[in-house]
Design a protein around this ligand. Structure first.
Ligand code: 5GP
Length: 114
């Protein structure tokens, strides 16, 4: 997999507003937020896209959403509601090829998305 900015953030080689990290997962604020709360949750493991997730990653993917839920509560948007999104490849809107969950909240979100 080619190097991405998220790999650099995960390794501490690039600055980010990190809200949570452990051995497997890092979460930080999006540089160009699309909602009052816009957080990216990534695995340290450099998985490029959702298409590249294997059976051995099942628990890791679960951890991403567990951290998203925890941060939604911490950011005060859990009760009002929020959205988690994984964009996959070009037509899915993916621009950074290191798997990430977007956590968006703090305003009413449109459905379906554009
Ligand atoms: P994607 O379009 O791949 O689903 O989402 C990539 C997200 O990463 C975008 O929302 C974009 O604003 C964010 N982003 C891109 N580069 C950086 C960066 O260097 N730092 C941070 N914190 N976010 C970034």
């Amino acid at each position: 997999m080619s190097e991405t900015v998220f790999g650099k953030i995960a390794r501490g080689e690039m600055d980010a507003d990190i809200l949570y990290q452990d051995d497997e997962v890092v979460a930080f604020r999006d540089l160009n937020p699309q909602a009052p709360v816009h957080i990216l949750i990534i695995p340290r493991k450099p998985i490029a896209t959702l298409n590249d997730v294997s059976a051995e990653d099942a628990a890791l993917i679960g951890r991403l959403f567990q951290v998203a839920s925890m941060l939604a509560a911490r950011e005060g948007v859990a009760e009002q509601g929020y959205r988690t999104v994984i964009n996959c490849n070009a037509q899915g809107g993916q621009t950074v090829y290191h798997l990430h969950v977007h956590l968006l909240g703090g305003r009413a979100l449109q459905w379906p998305p554009g």
